[in-house]
Design a protein around this ligand. Structure first.
Ligand SMILES: [Zn+2]
Length: 470
């Protein structure tokens, strides 16, 4: 690895930290559009901040009307893209620190977006800075592209690609090391159903915040009194699952406590809406609710829904019930987020789910194809080479259910910034970024970009001296 680059990064830890903190303070959620701010005011404020910071570092920056920005370095012509995002998902419940006020504990910086994706973006920017400061000549350019709608509709990248070219090759620092070259396909179904006149009467429920988030907590008010509350408590003990029940003026307020996370990574999680449905069923729910409880419940593999499948490069299908709410008109609304193996038949999966959920009207809200970049090419071997050299670890390409911007490029992969021994924190309460690891990620990004874009001889000769090489 390039010692001068690494030393520069070590020397700039403080600046990196401060930049990340200032970005985390901006709650760049998607909200109602305003003129010049297609994803809302705070989202636009974040983009402005990033543009100002990048210009301050000396990069030419283009603003794509509030949808995205890009910053280039090195020769024009062929460029390697680095694609990250500035938007974040809502904080959700369960935070021990204020989600939009970064708090440093040891080497961990806590806050929404520290890890997904502001931290990794900052690491990539500092990797570019380090390459420039080390004077490494480039044979290919580097183009940093920052979008503002990754967590929702990807309208940012649609707009970007409608207004400029997209490099063929690149990586997205928005997932995990070693490297992800296979991304599952995604299908989102929106379900609409009528309230049943029979059985359990639900008075109020607004479960979940996002399609792609496994809800950590779900609350509902159902008709009933002390007996119903006692039954909930008894079942909670029997099932050894955390529910609470309390009698209110309206009825019985039930709380289900699950284990939240990103919909693509259901392992070890527990869907609180699913828990609530299972409880509803036990309390006598009929019709669509009962059907949803039986076909999905707390399952994440689509088995009872008739959708379970897997393939060699992708692994298994996953399914998440992200939202279930009782609308004001008394109807129900729910979402199912499927991440499907790249070889799966998406139409067949939807048909199976529709057949099993006959009490619901199911509309396809999103359908994104899978993505696979062969492991043998230049991109994967350069990136993995950088990772292996920096960490001393063997690293093999992986598959994910998380959709990242990588699939927007013909040859795009996701690369970092989570390390294999770190737990998945994206979209969870108490999200943090370990700053030691972030520096290491920046070193890996720099090395990867040098391998992909640096001049074969120039860079290394310029920066390697006897002393530095020790
Ligand atoms: Zn992300």
């Amino acid at each position: 690895m390039n010692e001068r680059v690494n030393r520069w990064l070590d020397d700039h830890r403080e600046e990196m930290t401060e930049l990340l903190k200032s970005w985390v303070r901006i709650p760049s959620l998607r909200s109602d559009p305003e003129p010049g701010a297609p994803f809302g005011r705070e989202n636009r404020r974040m983009l402005d901040r990033a543009i100002a910071d990048l210009r301050g570092m000396g990069y030419p920056v283009r603003d794509f009307d509030g949808y995205a920005c890009d910053a280039a370095m090195g020769p024009e012509g062929e460029q390697i893209a680095v694609l990250g995002h500035l938007d974040v998902v809502p904080a959700g419940d369960g935070w021990e620190t204020p989600p939009f006020e970064p708090v440093l504990r040891g080497s961990r910086l806590y806050g929404r977006g520290t890890n997904d994706d502001k931290g990794p973006v900052v690491a990539a920017i500092f990797a570019m800075n380090a390459i420039r400061e080390a004077g490494i000549p480039l044979r290919r350019g580097i183009r940093l592209i920052l979008g503002c709608d990754e967590e929702s509709e990807w309208e940012d990248m649609a707009y970007y690609m409608a207004h400029t070219d997209m490099p063929e090759m690149g990586f997205s620092p928005d997932a995990a090391f070693p490297l992800i070259n296979t991304e599952k396909a995604m299908v989102v179904l929106e379900l609409r159903g009528k309230a049943e006149p029979e059985g359990l009467r639900v008075i109020r429920m607004n479960g979940g915040t996002r399609v792609n988030v496994i809800p950590a907590e779900c609350r509902a008010v159902v008709a009933g009194g002390p007996e119903t509350a006692e039954k909930v408590r008894r079942l909670s003990r029997e099932w050894q699952l955390p529910y609470e029940a309390r009698v209110t003026e309206e009825g019985v307020e039930i709380t289900a406590r699950g284990i939240g996370g990103h919909s693509a990574y259901p392992e070890g999680k527990r869907n609180a809406i699913g828990m609530m449905l299972v409880m509803f069923r036990a309390l006598g729910a009929t019709g669509g609710l009962k059907q949803l409880a039986e076909a999905v419940g707390t399952e994440s593999d689509g088995a009872s829904l008739g959708c379970a499948c897997r393939d060699g490069v992708s692994g298994p299908l996953t399914c998440n019930l992200g939202i279930l709410r009782l609308e004001e008109d008394g109807s129900w609304f729910a979402t199912l987020d499927f991440r499907c193996p790249v070889t799966a038949d998406l139409k067949a999966i939807q048909a199976a789910a529709r057949a099993r959920l006959s009490g619901w009207e199911a509309a396809t809200a999103a359908e994104k194809p899978g993505h696979h970049v062969p492991a043998e090419g230049e991109l994967v071997s350069d990136l993995l080479g950088a990772y292996r050299e920096a960490t001393g670890l063997a690293g093999e390409p992986m598959a994910t259910g998380g959709g990242t911007y990588a699939k927007i490029m013909k040859q795009g992969v996701a690369f970092g910034a989570m390390f294999p021994d770190e737990e998945e924190l994206a979209h969870q309460p108490n999200e943090f970024q370990d700053l030691d690891r972030l520096i290491l990620a920046a070193k890996i990004y720099a090395e990867a970009l040098i391998r992909l874009c640096g001049q074969e001889d120039g860079g290394r000769e310029l920066t390697f001296t006897e002393e530095e090489n020790r």
